[in-house]
Design a binder for this molecule. Structure first.
Ligand code: EPZ
Length: 427
C-alpha cells in the first residue's frame, strides 16, 4: 500500500494554496445533472471522491473531461440513465447526494443503499422522508432505493436534524419540483451557500442558504455555467493545525477565515497569532500550544466535526489538558489508538476524549483509519521526533489533493512512497 514517510521535529515555514472544497464539489457535481448542456468547474480538486462522482456521471451517460489541472467540464446533454451501481455507491458513501438530482432530471432513480462508513452508521432517513414529502414514491426494501416521481410538488419540508446531505438533496430535487419548496431546519454550512451560488449561476432561484431556511422556486430550466469551487475550509484547518503541532510561520492562499472562525478561535486561544484578509490566512505559532477550553463538535456554525481529529493531533503536546466532545458521529475517535502509538496521552469515554499534553512524541508506524483521522496522523507526525510511516493513505486521497506537496511547501519533511499497484496514483 502507498504510504507517507514523515520526519518530524522541524518548524514549518512557507506558503501553500488551498484546493477546492471536497464537500462543495461533490453536491455541485450532482447538481450538473439538472442542467441541459455544459458546465465548467474551476478549482476542482483532484480527489478519489471526485473521480468516483465522475464515474457515476459517466455511468448515467454524461461526458466529462479535465482541462488543465483543476478544471473539469461536464456535459449532461446525452444523459440516458437513472441507475447507480452498487459498486459505485459503495465506493463513496456520500453518493446518496445524487438521488435528488437524478429524480428531478429523470423522474425516477435507482440507487443501492449507501453503506455506512468508518465513522459509523450513515442513515439517509431524512433524505428519503423529505423526498417523499415532495411527492417521490420510494421503495427502499432489499437494500436498493427504487424511486419514482412523475411530478415533484414544491412544499415546506422540515428537517428534524440540520443534515448537510439531506439539505443538499432536497435543494436539488426542489429545482425539479413545480412551485416553491421551503426547507426548514436546513444545514447552514458554507458548502450549502456554494451550492446555492452554483445553482443561481445556472439560472435557478434559490435563497436562504447559510440560514436554517432555504427556499427554491422549482420548475425553471437550468443552463450550463462556469463556476469556481470555494476553497476547502477543512484542508485549511488541517494546515493551520500542522503549524500548531510543529510550530511555524505559514501562509495559506485562498483560505477564508470566515468559513472556519470556530477553529481559528481555538487556535488563538492555544496561543497562535492568526491574521487573515480576502486573499488568505497567515498563522504564526512560536511555542508549545496552551490548553484550550472544551471543544464540542456541532452543526455549522459550531465547531466542525471534520476538524476534531486534526485539532486533537495538534494539541498532543499542549501545556495542560483538553476535553473533546464528538456529537456528530458515533465512531469518530478511531485515530486515538494510532496517535497513542506516537506517545499521545488520550482517554476516550463515550463521546468524550481527554488529551493530556506530553512533552514529546516519537515517530512510529501508524495506519489511517478514515479521511480526517489519517490527516490527523500527519499533523501529529510533524511534531514527533524521528520518522513516522503513515500507511493506508488512500483514505487521505479521498479529501486531500496532495497533502505531501502542500506540507512540503510549508517546510515539512514528508514524501510519498507509491505502491506500484496503487489504484489511485498521484498525477
Ligand atoms: C457531510 O456529511 C460531510 N460530507 C461530512 O464530511 C461532514 O462530517 C458532515 O456533513 C457533517 O458536517 C459531505 O459533505 C460529502 P449529515 P453528511 O447528514 O451530509 C445524521 C468529511 O470528512 N443523519 O450532516 O453525511 C448523521 O448520522 C465528511 O469530509 C441522520 O440521522 O452529514 C449524522 O449523525 C465526513 N439521518 C448527522 O445527522 C439522515 O438522513 C449529520 O449528518 C442524515 C444524517
Amino acid at each position: 500500500m502507498s504510504h507517507f514517510v514523515i520526519r518530524g521535529g522541524r518548524r514549518l515555514e512557507g506558503e501553500a494554496g488551498i484546493q477546492g472544497a471536497k464537500n462543495s464539489v461533490l453536491p455541485i457535481l450532482a447538481a450538473t445533472l439538472l442542467t441541459a448542456g455544459q458546465v465548467e468547474l474551476r478549482g476542482c480538486p483532484r480527489l478519489r471522491d471526485v473521480d468516483a462522482s465522475v464515474r457515476i456521471l459517466e455511468g448515467l451517460g454524461c461526458t466529462t473531461r479535465w482541462e488543465e489541472e483543476n478544471t473539469l467540464v461536464v456535459d449532461t446533454g446525452n444523459l440516458y440513465g437513472y441507475a447507480v451501481s452498487e459498486a459505485l455507491m459503495r465506493e463513496m458513501r456520500s453518493s446518496a447526494i445524487f438521488l435528488g438530482a437524478i429524480l428531478a432530471r429523470c423522474g425516477q432513480a435507482e440507487l443501492s443503499y449507501p453503506g455506512g462508513c468508518e465513522l459509523g452508521p450513515r442513515p439517509i432517513d431524512l433524505h428519503l422522508s423529505g423526498l417523499r414529502d415532495l411527492g417521490a414514491e420510494i421503495d427502499d426494501a432489499g437494500g436498493v432505493l427504487h424511486c419514482k416521481a412523475s411530478r415533484l410538488q414544491g412544499r415546506e419540508v422540515v428537517l428534524s436534524l440540520p443534515s448537510v446531505g439531506a439539505t443538499e438533496n432536497l435543494m436539488l430535487a426542489a429545482c425539479g419540483a413545480s412551485g416553491v419548496t421551503t426547507i426548514a431546519g436546513a444545514a447552514q454550512e458554507p458548502e450549502i451557500v456554494d451550492l446555492q451560488n452554483f445553482l443561481t449561476a445556472c439560472g435557478a432561484r434559490v435563497s436562504g442558504a447559510g440560514t436554517s431556511t432555504v427556499s427554491v422556486e422549482g420548475g425553471r430550466p437550468l443552463h450550463g455555467c462556469t463556476y469556481t469551487i470555494m476553497p476547502d475550509r477543512i484542508v485549511a484547518a488541517t494546515y493551520l493545525c500542522a503549524a500548531v503541532s510543529a510550530g511555524g510561520d505559514i501562509y495559506l492562499r485562498r483560505a477564508r477565515e470566515e468559513h472556519l472562525s470556530t477553529v481559528t478561535a481555538v487556535l488563538r486561544e492555544a496561543g497562535c497569532v492568526i491574521r487573515s484578509d480576502e486573499r488568505g490566512i497567515a498563522c504564526t505559532c512560536r511555542n508549545r500550544p496552551a490548553a484550550v477550553r472544551p471543544v464540542r463538535t456541532a452543526p455549522y456554525p459550531g465547531f466542525p466535526t471534520d476538524a476534531q481529529a486534526i485539532l486533537m493531533a495538534s494539541l498532543l503536546r499542549c501545556r495542560g489538558a483538553v476535553v473533546f466532545e464528538e456529537n456528530m458521529f458515533a465512531n469518530r475517535y478511531r485515530h486515538v489508538d494510532e496517535l497513542a502509538r506516537m506517545g499521545a496521552d488520550i482517554r476516550v469515554s463515550g463521546r468524550a476524549a481527554v488529551v493530556t499534553g506530553v512533552k514529546n512524541l516519537h515517530g512510529a508506524p501508524v495506519r489511517c483509519t478514515d479521511l480526517r483521522g489519517g490527516a490527523a496522523l500527519c499533523v501529529a507526525a510533524l511534531a514527533a521526533e524521528g520518522e513516522t510511516e503513515v500507511s493506508e493513505i488512500g483514505h487521505i486521497d479521498r479529501g486531500y489533493e496532495d497533502v505531501a506537496r502542500d506540507l512540503r511547501n510549508l517546510g515539512a519533511d514528508i514524501f510519498r512512497v507509491e505502491d506500484e499497484n496503487a489504484e489511485f496514483t498521484r498525477r
